[in-house]
Design a protein around this ligand. Structure first.
Ligand SMILES: Nc1ncnc2c1ncn2[C@@H]1O[C@H](COP(=O)(O)OP(=O)(O)OP(=O)(O)O)[C@@H](O)[C@H]1O
Ligand SMILES: [Mg+2]
Length: 256
């Protein structure tokens, strides 16, 4: 049965999407069957995997408003060289969902009900969250078994983290009692600066959550890969970014 991991941090630009794409691809390269779910109206995971955001009939939006089935929303084996990955894509239409579903009873469980129908087909389901603690993020956390939090190695790394942990705890208390913290992963680590090292040490000192051993380095190849519509292990398999996400996938598998 699929293990569902929500990649969340309400802070923008910390590496949620880069982690969702490349962790999923690394898990698939390990022979796992993976479903990626894009719940961000920006659709960066969708385009980062080479799908045209503006040319999609079914998305997470049409799924959540009941216009298509989970099966219809899934683009299957869309990467020729990594057929173990399926995706439920997103585009800007999703930004209307929050308002449209405001009066729907049980709106925190809409995604969970849909993912429950397909989760047995997968080893892992990775949900990329938007940079907010919105209804979409709550839906992702209600669906998930665990939350993986990317933290950028920069001065304000800890800002907002207590709010995120508070939200995870609220969801756990009220909506999803078995929700766990998968762990914190440091991203964009720059070995040339003392700051990155200080941030890692400081966060480790102040955080009770599990911290992954793997640290994702700042690697230009990781930033380039989405413009080719490829995960790092297909775009540049011998890059430091590809090695790091492989190592993260191995840790996630070991945690199972
Ligand atoms: N390890 C890395 N090395 C170099 N660039 C990176 C790395 N991780 C992410 N980036 C770049 O940093 C930017 C932000 O990353 P990403 O989109 O993954 O963050 P995000 O948390 O999903 O952002 P948002 O909150 O907008 O959804 C992107 O341009 C991405 O290519
Ligand atoms: Mg993103």
């Amino acid at each position: 049965m699929g293990r569902i991991i929500a990649v969340a941090n309400q802070k923008g630009g910390v590496g949620k999407t880069t982690t969702s794409i490349n962790l999923s691809a690394a898990l698939a390269a390990e022979g796992k069957k993976v479903l990626v779910v894009d719940t961000d109206p920006q659709g960066n995971t969708t385009s980062g995997f080479g799908l045209d955001k503006n040319d999609l009939k079914n998305t997470i939006y049409t799924l959540m408003i009941g216009e298509c089935s989970a099966d219809e929303a899934i683009n299957k084996s869309f990467l020729e060289d990594l057929p173990g990955i399926d995706i439920i894509p997103a585009n800007i239409n999703l930004s209307a969902a929050e308002i449209e579903l405001i009066d729907t009873e049980g709106k925190e469980y809409i995604l969970k009900h849909e993912i429950d129908k397909v989760k047995d087909r997968y080893d892992y389901i990775v949900i990329d969250c938007p940079p907010s603690l919105s209804m979409l993020t709550v839906n992702a956390m209600t669906t998930a078994d665990s939350v993986l939090v990317p933290i950028q190695c920069e001065y304000y790394a800890l800002e907002g983290l207590s709010q995120l942990v508070h939200t995870v705890n609220l969801v756990k208390d009220r909506l999803n009692p078995t929700l766990k913290m998968e762990g914190v992963v440091f991203t964009m680590y720059d070995a040339r600066t003392n700051l990155s090292l200080q941030v890692v040490e400081n966060v480790k000192d102040h955080l009770e959550e599990k911290v992954f051993m793997t640290i994702i380095p700042r690697n230009i190849r990781l930033a380039e890969a989405p413009s080719y519509g490829l995960p790092i292990n297909l775009y540049e398999p011998k890059s430091s970014g590809a090695y790091a996400y492989k190592s993260l996938a191995e840790e996630v598998i070991a945690n199972s």
